[in-house]
Design a binder for this molecule. Sequence first.
Ligand code: NAP
Ligand code: ZN
Ligand code: ZN
Length: 344
Amino acid sequence: MANKPGNTTMQIKALAVKKTGGLLEEYKFDVEPPKVHECLIKVLTCGICHSDLHMIDNDWGQSKYPLVPGHEVIGEVAEIGPQVTHLKVGDRVGVGWQRSSCLQCRDCLRGNENLCDENQGLIVTGPGGFADYLMVDSRFAFPIPKGIDSKIAGPLLCGGITVYAGLRNAGMSSGQEIGILGIGGLGHMAVQFAKKLGNRVTVFTTSQDKAEFAQKMGADEAIVVGKGEIPQAPSNKLDILLSTVPAALDWVPYIDFLDSDGALAFVGVPDAPLSIPLFPLLTKRRRIMASPIGGRAMINEMLSIAEKFGIEPIVEVFAIAQANEAMQKVRDNQVRYRAVLTVS
Ligand SMILES: NC(=O)c1ccc[n+]([C@@H]2O[C@H](COP(=O)([O-])OP(=O)(O)OC[C@H]3O[C@@H](n4cnc5c(N)ncnc54)[C@H](OP(=O)(O)O)[C@@H]3O)[C@@H](O)[C@H]2O)c1
Ligand SMILES: [Zn+2]
Ligand SMILES: [Zn+2]
């Protein structure tokens, strides 16, 4: 069997988790040549998002094993299906959480493919980017601007778009007070987007070193919150507080930090349902919302803003052979700030 692109079935070499919470092990599977709109991508790098961990641990009850994680993929187009016109072999592209959508429903036609009822998550319905090659619908593979290096580009494709779209959909423009809760992979990119687009930024973190570094990244104020402690109030009321935390917290103090008409926007996925009294919302007309990744137009907009404004994920690079070590560092909240695997 060929292990190079061509007209025959090809074998892909990947890393997969074979049971809930398991370690990554070698895993091989076959793919047919790209059909219609599909493209085959030779993977160069792949970021590790906390959602890969949620999926490995089956936190959302939708994991299928063997599970090949990885949805912050940067690679080169190796082969295209007969109807692909916007990409050619050799193009450098990125793929994030979404593998495909119907492209016909009201959400898709409004540019909200991420909200489509038929949207498919890359690692929910197929293998992800911890592999030498990845097959996807080419309409969900995005050309990477020249000014963005392959080692840092991957994290923009899931973490970057998630915080950019979350902030924009919560109403972020410029000249606002923006709070970012949790300074991990997503949070450290959110600080940069919010600040470089002209806002005053306050971060809430459990890590002292991150409080200091967030200020170097442009945060105006950093509040360290001990686990289980009530956070200190920021100097100014917030227009938007974006939570990237993958755990349940007492959200009530954070709601009180919002200005009238302010929004608490969830992109992080807490491990318990929200329990929130109505009155702190009602008396100040505050909102709670949640936002998944971003649509295709917004991904292109985000990439171009990242290039123009110099928004750069800060990465720790690991060889793919060190994938288990990297994954453990994500689990232990030790990565500063996004782990990226080099694949080839
Ligand atoms: N909505 C979407 O479409 C979307 C897309 C991508 C990811 N996500 C979700 O977003 C979340 C974050 O992803 P990520 O890749 O940024 O994760 P990450 O790199 O692990 O960062 C999460 C950060 O949250 C803080 N944190 C973790 N546990 C905490 C706890 N028990 N109490 C308080 N703070 C805690 C830590 O920041 P400090 O050290 O600063 O406290 C940590 O660095 C995950 O739930 C992921 O599934 C959602
Ligand atoms: Zn992700
Ligand atoms: Zn649709």
